[in-house]
Design a protein around this ligand. Sequence first.
Ligand SMILES: Nc1ncnc2c1ncn2[C@@H]1O[C@H](COP(=O)(O)OP(=O)(O)OP(=O)(O)O)[C@@H](O)[C@H]1O
Ligand SMILES: [Mg+2]
Length: 606
Amino acid sequence: MYPLEILTGVRQVKEFPPFRLDTDNQCLWRGNQRVALTPKAFAVLSYLVHRSGSLVSQNEMLDSLWPDTFVQPEVLKTHILDVRTALGDSAKNPVFIETMPRRGYRFIANVQEVNQTPQVMLPRPGPAKFIGRTKELQQLGDFLEKAKGGTRQIVFVAGEIGVGKTTLIDMFEQQALATDADVRVIRGQCVEGFGTPEPYYPILEALGHLLRGQDGDQLAEILATRAPTWLAKFPSLLKPEHRETLHHEIMGATKERMLREICEALEAITANKTVVLILEDVHWVESSTVDFFDVLSVRRIREQLMVVATFRPVHLALVQHPLKAVKQRLLVHGLCQELVVDTFSEIEVREYLTGKCGHGPLPDGFAELIYRHSDGNPMFIVAILDYLRESGLLSDEQPWHLNVPVSEIDLEVPSSLRRMLELHIDRRLTEEERLALEAGSACGISFFSNVGAYVAEMTPDRFEHICEIFADRRQLIYSLDAFAMPDGTVTPRYQFVHTFYREVFYRRIAPGRCARMHKRAAECLESHFSEQSVTIAVELAWHFEKSFEWAKAVQYLQLVAENEAKRGAYSEATSVLQHALELVAKLPEPENTKGKARLLEKLNTL
Ligand SMILES: Nc1ncnc2c1ncn2[C@@H]1O[C@H](COP(=O)(O)OP(=O)(O)OP(=O)(O)O)[C@@H](O)[C@H]1O
Ligand SMILES: [Mg+2]
């Protein structure tokens, strides 16, 4: 069973159907499902809900939710985006949160106060068990030891989206703090840019934590003497004696001066204690912080400093990414380390699931199913489990059990993941790129470039150019070996990085257009394969079925069944013919009767 929290006393809960916001317990519910929100996104939502109907300015929210902290408006926008994603709301046609351009936000849904009865028992998911990463933690621990010895360490932690970089760093932080009271860990988060970001934003954020911590006064003194332009960025923390002098300093604050000052300040701060500076998601870093890496790395001084920067390689692969060249240079000169966080192995997926389900036995075949569909990416695993729970396929009363056999589970893209990927597609891709990838998705999980181009109605060169850009970064798709078609045409081939990506693009295609795309794919494949069409009968049957060309679909299904029968797979051949029978029933007479008779005869001879 979940750990249960017994709550006494009447609690005020705000309801805006289908959601309920429970401020006491910091959670958002949709029916009896808890909606995942980060603590800060929850605070943003809660603030807006409590002021529902009123315009809340950005500044008001920043001041209230981040008192004494340096935060730029982009961070607020990111949290608003997270809240909208959780609520399934859209900025264009909002149902819950309206954006009032340049003024702020307004919660527009009707909010009711409801009194939650006393003695309510709320399920609270148990803490997720930390899985694997022994080697990575060991490596990070070794780097920390070197930093403690005065050799500065810069460590880049690479890994695809959701693979567990933050979770690894959290665990490293916990262990570092538990083993040495003299270590300070500070963190700064890079945010996806919506405008011109504040120079050195993540470092400012990290320093803010240190200034408010136990050594705050000491740090403020160091900044006042070594990095006054930095101290000036925290007006609410300034002492009266600093205010006057800093007023003059700010006037001369250039990016170069700030860079020099922060390096000197770090040297002083780390003179007698070790500092771990964690910079999260540096694929979104702004150029000043990139310069920070560059300049810091070449300073030949003893420093008990360890900088840990997490990033997604896909983003950094962009040719013009500011950090790419700097990181490369540091690697070549041995001035930084790189540590790659990989997806879970099948054993680790099993361990993760076993931990989640309270160490009871897992349903048969369940771990394999989850591994297959997630490729071992923990974020995908979490999303799949949520989906299975939401759709009633999995009961997570412990021990877990599935309400249908594993073989009958048809896993769709979990809705939270779909929303996230759709946001990405809408925000980041051009119309032409979307079209190309939609056409690719209509061809299947992997696709020939020339067929994709024909489906997208683009020139083959243009289509290939677009795909190459994505494949180079291994973003959404990657390259397979080129393929020589039976008619002699040689074409590149691509594959979606994950079936989820293909599905998200595919679902965006309107039904009529989707049918036309399949028809074009089928025609193009037939013309290139002509006599050899039998080798791709499965694909052709699928395309013709999806384009409502029943007669052609049945024709190719019969070829598929013949192939199956030839290799002795009679039960497969039977189910293919049975499916063909379903399609033949859609044909007009006399094709319907004739086709049915032919198929039944084939079934009898199997
Ligand atoms: N080692 C682990 N043990 C248990 N759960 C994990 C582990 N690694 C990741 N997870 C789970 O997977 C999810 C995603 O992990 P995390 O946020 O650390 O990924 P990330 O690589 O930082 O993603 P992003 O690229 O979005 O920053 C989280 O819900 C986390 O609980
Ligand atoms: Mg992360």
